[in-house]
Design a protein around this ligand. Sequence first.
Ligand code: SF4
Ligand code: SF4
Length: 425
Amino acid sequence: MNEGYRSMWQNLGLDLVAHDALLGVLGKYYQDIFLAQKTRPAGMKYFDFVMSEVHGLRIKELLDEKNAGRKIVGAYCVFVPEEIVLAGNATLVGLCAGADFAVEEVEKLLPRNTCALIKSTFGFKLGKVCPYLEACDMIVGENTCDGKKKAYELLKDLVENLYVMDLPQVKSVIGKSLLKAEYHRFKSAVEQLTGVSITSESLKTAIRTVNVKRTAIHRLSYLRKADPSPISGLDALLTNQVFFYDNPARFADSVNKICDELEKRIADKKGVFPEKTPRILVSGCPQAVPNWKLPFVVETSGAVIVGEESCVGERGTRNLTDDSGKTVEEMMDAIVDRYDKVDCAIFTPNPERLEHIQEMVAAYKADGVIHYGLQFCQPYIMESIPVEKALKGKNIPTLCIETDYSMEDMGQLKTRVEAFIEQLR
Ligand code: SF4
Ligand code: SF4
């Protein structure tokens, strides 16, 4: 790691010893999980580089942007519209973390039975190991699940400039009008932060920029429908994770380069795994970096993951925002229309998600579904019950797992996943 980064991290207030330990574990983990894979697309080298510099070069780029007068906005949810942030001359970064850190400190603040995603948010702050969080000029929380809602009441004392966005819990006319009102309030907050008024030109450009990166991911998803699968679920998940950190245009270019390569692989019938390898759709809670436990277990047990019905995946990236509006008002409406379709389990009732899972099973020719629930995540674990019932009713093999970020259940998880895959052969 470039030594120049140490002073950058120090200036951001990171705990260098704890941060070194985190990077050490992350590097080894990445080596063992990603670099140990065989027949990866050559284009994944870009993502290897991004990961090797995830706390280095990317942070330096963000700090350079700040020095040039741009603001950095961090978010924990795909309901925060990147279009509005970009149009206001700011950059959006995802802040969700997928690793336990400073657990003892966290459990002094939060109940033990809080999901790992929320605990990790607090752990990265209390442990002073997340340069993204420390680089942010505004941190956006959202009223989604109860855990997050209440956690932001505590997080506001730990970070500067926490902005909380209210979100509907029901898909209805009233729910949509709340979303619209909240997106307008957020637009004003971004304008106030940056001192830049959002215009029809800046909003159109921003919508197009985000659409380009979503389109690249849609192309990648489409190619994963091939059998044999031209890319592993691990590598595809990684691209979906980097979606939240990278410069949007560079990200789209890099994904498109991989897609060019995958098209050739498909034409040559070359896959990462042999043809007829059992194909799995993963559905449920988001998997943030470096939460690679489930795909690692699945893909070292003889199956391939062909899709993620997840916010780090198709739930988060599907649907483009209509860019044909002429006024700011029309484009804000288009943004509301696009995000109103996100079928997170916090909505009640939530039949769209059930339909989407079944559509994905058919489109990706999945042989089975693994429902991924983080322990203590009420929305997704509760919703796994109707999901399992509906899928089993259609003879789609389904395995519901509940896990966390620790490695303690690796053995048990592997046994269950192997037995499930055996059933799919
Ligand atoms: S699962 Fe729900 S709360 Fe979490 S990022 Fe997705 S939309 Fe937001
Ligand atoms: S929706 Fe579930 S996984 Fe996401 S923050 Fe809430 S409890 Fe955690």
